[in-house]
Design a protein around this ligand. Structure first.
Ligand SMILES: [Zn+2]
Length: 477
C-alpha cells in the first residue's frame, strides 16, 4: 500500500516591535536577565494590559500579505497552563475570534505553483525562558528570565495542504520571505524569532479521512524541517504497516540523533480552559485603517518574481533566487536599471551568495553597490575582462568596495584579446607538449581542455578564453 503525508505547520513569528505586546518594556535581545520587566509582564496583581498598536498593525499587514480576511471584530483569550516561565499562569492569546483568517500563500515546487491555505493568524504574548544551571552554583538550580515574557508573537497556522517535506520547506521559505519583506519579523530561526511546529499524519493514497496526527516541536532550521518530517512520515508508515497504532502525541525533534522522540501526549484545546480575557476589551478594527495598511504594503516576493521574469528576462530559477530577499532583489534591480546585463548578473550573483555564505554576512553588510555590478557588466560586455576574471574582481569588490574598473587598472588584469599575442602563446604551448598533440590528433578530444588550461596558466588567466579555444582548434586540426 502507498501512503501520503498530511502536514500542517504552526509558525510562531516574533514581531519586530520596540516594546512588548501589553506593556512598554523593551524587546531588545540579549540584555541582562530580568532587566526588561515591569509589573504587567511579570503578572503582578491589579495590573492591566494595554495592546501595543504596532503589534496589531504588523499582524494586519501580515494577514493582508497572505491574502487573509481581516476580522473587524476579534478578541483576546486566556490560555491557561502552569509553567515557571509564565508568571500569570496563563498566556494571553486569541482563540475563537482571531484577527486574520482564510488566507493562502503560493509556493513553487518542481516548476508548479501550489496554494497553501492559511487557516488563521493570531497575536499572542511570548513566555519567559528557563535556564537550567549546569554547575556554576552547584548544578541544582534553575533560573527564570522574564525579559522575553510579553514579547509579541504572531502564530500563523496553515491548512493541512502540505504533502511532502519539500513542500513544507518551500512554505517556510516563502513565509519567511514575506515576513522579512514586510519588516515585521527578522526570520532568524537559530535565534528563535521564527519557530515551527509541524502536525503530521499519514493515510493510504486515495483515502479522504485523516489519520492520527502527531505534533513535532523544536524545529529550528529549514534543513531540520525537512529531516524531521521525513523521519516522522517514515516512522508512522512503519507503524501502520506493522498493523500498529499511532498515538496522538507531541514529539520533540532531536537534531543530534536525527529522530523525533515522544514528549507527552498531545493536549486538547479544552485542557487549556480558554476563555475571553476580561482585562482586554474586544478589538474593533475599522476598514479605513485596514485600507491604509493595505496601501502601505511593499511589492511582495511573488509579484517581484513575476516582474523579474517578464520585465528583465531572468530565468525562473534566478528570479526565484534573487527575489527571495528584498536586500538581494533591490540591488539587482537597481543594477539592471542602470544598465547591467541580465545574463551577467546571473553569473555574478552566485559569486555574491558564495561570499555571503563564506563570511556569514548579509548583503547589506558588504560594501557592494549596484553601480559595481554595472561597471563589472560593462567590463565583461566589452571583453575587457573574461567571465572568470570578473568573478575574482567581484570578490575583491565585496571585500574592499573598490570599483571593478579600478581593480582592473590597478592590477593590470585587462584581458588579452590581441590575436598575435595569444597565437604566440598557443604555438609555444603546442611545441612544449608534442605527446599531447599526438594523442589529441589520434582522437582524444577532451585534451583540448588541457591545452586551454596551459594557455590560461601562461597568461595568468588573462587570455580571452573564446579566442584561445578557436586558435587551438584551428592549430590542432
Ligand atoms: Zn513589562
Amino acid at each position: 500500500m502507498k501512503y501520503e503525508a498530511i502536514i500542517g505547520l504552526e509558525v510562531h513569528a516574533q514581531m519586530l516591535t520596540d516594546t512588548k505586546i501589553f506593556c512598554g518594556c523593551s524587546t531588545k535581545f540579549g540584555s541582562e536577565p530580568n532587566t526588561q520587566t515591569c509589573p504587567v509582564c511579570t503578572g503582578m496583581p491589579g495590573v492591566l494590559p494595554v495592546l501595543n498598536k504596532k503589534a496589531l498593525e504588523f499582524t494586519i499587514k501580515t494577514g493582508l500579505a497572505m491574502n487573509c480576511k481581516i476580522s473587524p471584530y476579534s478578541r483576546f483569550a486566556r490560555k491557561n497552563y502552569f509553567y515557571p516561565d509564565l508568571p500569570k499562569g496563563y498566556q494571553i492569546s486569541q482563540y475563537e475570534l482571531p484577527i486574520c483568517e482564510h488566507g493562502y500563500i503560493e509556493i513553487v515546487v518542481d516548476g508548479t505553483i501550489k496554494k497553501i491555505g492559511i487557516t488563521r493568524i493570531h497575536m499572542e504574548e511570548d513566555a519567559g525562558k528557563n535556564i537550567h544551571d549546569s554547575g556554576s552554583v552547584g548544578g541544582n538550580f534553575s533560573f527564570v528570565d522574564l525579559n522575553r515574557t510579553g514579547v509579541p508573537l504572531m502564530e500563523i497556522v496553515s491548512e493541512p495542504d502540505i504533502r511532502t517535506s519539500v513542500e513544507a520547506v518551500e512554505y517556510m521559505k516563502k513565509l519567511r520571505a514575506i515576513l522579512r519583506y514586510l519588516g515585521v519579523c527578522d526570520g532568524n530561526m537559530e535565534q528563535g524569532s521564527l519557530r515551527c511546529d509541524a502536525n503530521v499524519s499519514v493515510r493510504p493514497v486515495g483515502h479522504d479521512g485523516f489519520g492520527v496526527k502527531t505534533e513535532i516541536k523544536n524545529i529550528n532550521s529549514f534543513r531540520f524541517v525537512e529531516k524531521a518530517l521525513e523521519y516522522e512520515i517514515k516512522r508512522q508508515i512503519k507503524i501502520l504497516e506493522g498493523e500498529g497504532k499511532i498515538i496522538q502525541e507531541t514529539r520533540l525533534w532531536d537534531s543530534s540523533t536525527g529522530t523525533t522522540q515522544s514528549m507527552r501526549t498531545k493536549e486538547e484545546a479544552h485542557d487549556y480552559r480558554y476563555f475571553p480575557d476580561p482585562d482586554l476589551v474586544p478589538l474593533m478594527v475599522d476598514q479605513k485603517w485596514i485600507d491604509e495598511i493595505r496601501s502601505s504594503l511593499p511589492e511582495l516576493p511573488d509579484i517581484k518574481r513575476g516582474r523579474f521574469i517578464s520585465e528583465y528576462k531572468f530565468s525562473e530559477y534566478d528570479a526565484e533566487l534573487f527575489t527571495s530577499e528584498k536586500s538581494i532583489a533591490e540591488p539587482v534591480e537597481e543594477a539592471v536599471k542602470l544598465g547591467a546585463k541580465t545574463k551577467h548578473l546571473s553569473n555574478f550573483m552566485p559569486v555574491v551568495f558564495n561570499y555571503l555564505n563564506e563570511k556569514g554576512k548579509e548583503i547589506d553588510e558588504t560594501l557592494l553597490k549596484p553601480i559595481h555590478l554595472v561597471d563589472l557588466s560593462n567590463l565583461v560586455e566589452t571583453a575587457v575582462v573574461s567571465g572568470s576574471m570578473a568573478k575574482t574582481i567581484l570578490y575583491e569588490t565585496l571585500d574592499t568596495g573598490n570599483m571593478p574598473s579600478e581593480i582592473v587598472k590597478e592590477k593590470g588584469l585587462v584581458q588579452i584579446s590581441d590575436t598575435g599575442e595569444i597565437e604566440k602563446i598557443v604555438d609555444d604551448v603546442i611545441i612544449k607538449h608534442p605527446k599531447e598533440v599526438e594523442r589529441f590528433k589520434a582522437g582524444e578530444q577532451k585534451l583540448l581542455g588541457f591545452f586551454v588550461g596551459q594557455v590560461m596558466k601562461a597568461t595568468k588567466g588573462k587570455a580571452n578564453p573564446q579566442m584561445v579555444n578557436e586558435l587551438l582548434k584551428k592549430k590542432l586540426t
